[in-house]
Every structure is written in C-alpha cells, then in structure tokens.
Design a protein around this ligand. Structure first.
Ligand code: PLP
Length: 391
C-alpha cells in the first residue's frame, strides 16, 4: 500500500508482535488521520477505542498541553491536584468509592485481581482465591491477565501460567452457579466481550452473577476496559444490565488516547490495597489525568451520551442495510457485524486501502468510532464499506 522506508526501518527495530497494515500514520484531526504521503483515512476504530474524542480534540489537547507545561510527573510518593480532580470526577461519574491508576487495561485488571484476592484473604484467610472468568473473554497480555483470559489460544508458550482461574460458559446460569464454592473470591466478566467478537452477555446471566455473588460475599469484577467511558451509550455498560459490580476496570478511551488504566472499587473493598501492597511508577501520571479529566468533562456534559445513542442507532441501521451483513451485534458505538460470505480480515485491509480504518474481532468486522463522530462521517465511511462489501 504505502511506499515507505519507515516500514523497513520500523520492522528492523521493533519486535514483530503485531500484524500491521502497511500504513504509516503521521497526523490526525477530528475523525481523520493522514499518512506520510498525505493520504487521509476516516477512522472507525479510534486506535481500538482509545481516541474517544477523535484525533487531537481541541479541549483535550489544550488540557494536556497545559499540564505538560505545568508538571509532567511526580512519582506516587507525592500528591497532585490533577490526579485528585480526575479521581473525584471518575468516582462520582461511575459511582465508586476509590480508584487506583495504572497505565493500561491489563494493569487495571491485574489490580482488580490482586484486590479481590486480598479482600478474601483478609476476611477468610488462605484458599479462597479462585476467580471465575468466562470462556471467550479477554483480560490482557500480562501473564496474570492472560491466565484470566478464557481462550485456550492465549494459553501457549509462556508456561507456567498463573493458577486460580476457572472458566465458565457465558450465559449458562446453572453452570456458573455450580462453580461458586468456598474457594472462589470473585467473578470477572465483560458485559460485551470485545476481543472475543463483540458478544453481548444476557441480562439474566449478568444479574444472576451479581445476585449470587452478593449472597456469598464473592466480589464481582466488571472489565469495562473496552465497553466503558461512554462507549456503549451509558458511562458504564453495567448500567444497562442494572447491576453495580464491586469493582470496575477502565482503560482504552478513558484518557482520550493517553496511557491509563483505572481500577474502581466500591465501599466494600475500596481500602483493601494499603500502602506497599500495590503500585505503578507511571500510574496516575498528571498528563494522562489531565487528558482523562477533559474526556470526562465532555462525556458527562448534558446531552453527550444521548447523542452517542442517537448516532449508534443510525450507525447500526446503516450497517444493517448492507445486503452482505448477516447481523449486527454490540451496544452503543461498540458494534460488530457478521458477514454472509466475505472474510473480515480481507475487508478490513481493503477498507484501509480505500481510506477507512476499521477493526476485526474474531470473524466479525468491528467498529469503535470516536464518540463524537458526525453523521456525514458515518455516511462517508458507510459508502466505502458498503461498496467493498457489495463487490
Ligand atoms: C476487555 C479488555 N480487557 C483488557 C484489555 C487489555 O487492555 P490493554 O491492552 O490496555 O492492556 C483489553 C484490550 O483489548 C480489553 O478489550
């Protein structure tokens, strides 16, 4: 695609852990990125859901640049006002007592796992450490979060994995309840499995987890790394399921494209991780917090999520009108389509060649557009996609 020596230079010096498209992105504005040759790409992927306000959003960039000029890092031996402001706004918005900040989704989940195990250890002693996770889940790439991930394809090469994770089948209530014995300290799940292929959990299943865990003092951990921060049309996807997990993890879109991970805990477990039991050098970095605060101010502004929902309904309807589309899955602006005959990987590549960035998830095409995408941009992207799916 792109004739660039950058790709050669890159591949010579960066480990080949990703199957990359031959596109070298250099600039971005609004919902459009451009490459080294000036070719433009409308973005329906947001850097896998991270650029929640698109590229270089004005308010966000101002807040980030102002923080860069003020103080960029302090270590967590000191306090910063920007981390306090961000934590306060995040806890208020999500309805939690306290936050721990890391730099990624995996770290947010790692924190949740440690927190749940310590909560149980403090109250019940050793042996109650099992965490139930779901088949087809994805929780991250560290050894512990890979172990938590309920997909065999991720359990290779890096043996031994971390003990104490048991997988349950999504939406099978009796099977899940049958696993809740006195070795279990938590159940961890995504309301919509993202990397697993944009697969929504049933409301009854999620409610059954919440009810039964509450009865047994087993913590619920909702991994909202991909679904959180307005992506599904509510601030948290769990709101649409009518549950309030003890722990919610966030990352991706939370700081608008800067590295961040947050583990939010409710009153039952907010003080479990005491000084010295957990930490992260960069966690709660002032620049990421400033970016995060700008995102929160936008996402919680009057009418913003109503707009996300209206655009999501429009996006979904447009996808459903393409004859090659067998079905549309997902919630809000986290959408996946099943294709009748075409291969998702090939379409994704062809879209990039034609100036549209989209994603795959398993055999589906996945869409995580910026939350502030405009209707005419949805139309423009659909035209490219529809033409490629109709050829
Ligand atoms: C649900 C979920 N949890 C955790 C992660 C890991 O996040 P990160 O790549 O930021 O470590 C991801 C990443 O795709 C995710 O979708």
């Amino acid at each position: 695609m792109q004739n660039s020596t950058t790709i050669e230079q890159f591949n010579a010096h960066v480990m080949g852990t990703y199957g990359r498209y031959p596109v070298v992105l250099e600039n971005g504005a609004g919902r459009t990125a451009s490459d080294e040759d000036g070719k433009t790409y409308l973005d329906f992927g947001s850097g896998i859901g991270t650029n929640s306000l698109g590229y270089c959003n004005e308010n966000w960039a101002e807040a980030v640049c102002a923080q860069v000029r003020k103080i960029q890092h302090t270590s967590n031996y000191y306090y910063t006002k920007v981390q306090a402001d961000f934590a306060e706004k995040l806890c208020e918005t999500a309805g939690y007592a306290k936050a721990f900040f890391g730099n990624s989704g995996a770290e947010a989940n790692e924190c949740a796992i440690k927190l749940a195990r310590k909560y149980s250890f403090d109250k019940y002693g050793k042996g109650r450490h099992v965490i139930i996770t779901l088949n087809n889940s994805f929780h991250g790439r560290t050894l512990c979060t890979l172990s938590a991930t309920g997909q065999e394809s991720f359990h290779n090469y890096f043996f031994p994995f971390v003990e104490g994770f048991v997988n349950a089948e999504p939406n099978d209530i009796p099977a899940l309840l049958g696993l809740l014995d006195d070795t279990v300290c938590a159940v961890m799940f995504e309301c919509v499995q993202g990397e697993g292929g944009v697969v929504q959990l049933d409301e009854a299943f999620v409610k059954a987890i919440a009810d039964e865990c509450a009865k047994r003092d087993i913590l619920t951990i909702c991994d909202e790394v991909q679904t959180g921060c307005g992506r599904t049309g509510t601030f948290l996807a769990s709101e649409q399921y009518g549950i309030k997990p003890n722990i919610t993890t966030l990352a991706k879109g939370l700081a608008g494209g800067l590295p961040i991970g947050a583990c939010l805990a409710d009153e039952t477990c907010a003080d479990v991780l005491s000084a010295g039991t957990h930490g992260s050098t960069f966690g709660g970095n002032p620049i990421s917090c400033a970016g995060g605060l700008a995102v929160l101010n936008t996402v919680t502004a009057d009418g913003f999520l109503a707009e996300v929902n209206a655009k999501a309904a429009y996006f979904r309807r447009k996808l459903g009108e393409i004859p090659e589309v067998a079905g549309v899955d997902g919630l809000g602006l986290m959408l996946g389509i099943r294709l009748k005959t075409k291969k998702a990987g090939e379409i994704c590549k062809a879209c990039a060649e034609n100036g549209l960035l989209i994603l795959t998830a398993k055999e589906k095409l996945r869409f995580l557009p910026p939350l502030n995408i405009a209707y005419d941009e949805i139309d423009a992207g659909m035209e490219i996609l529809s033409a490629l799916l109709t050829q």
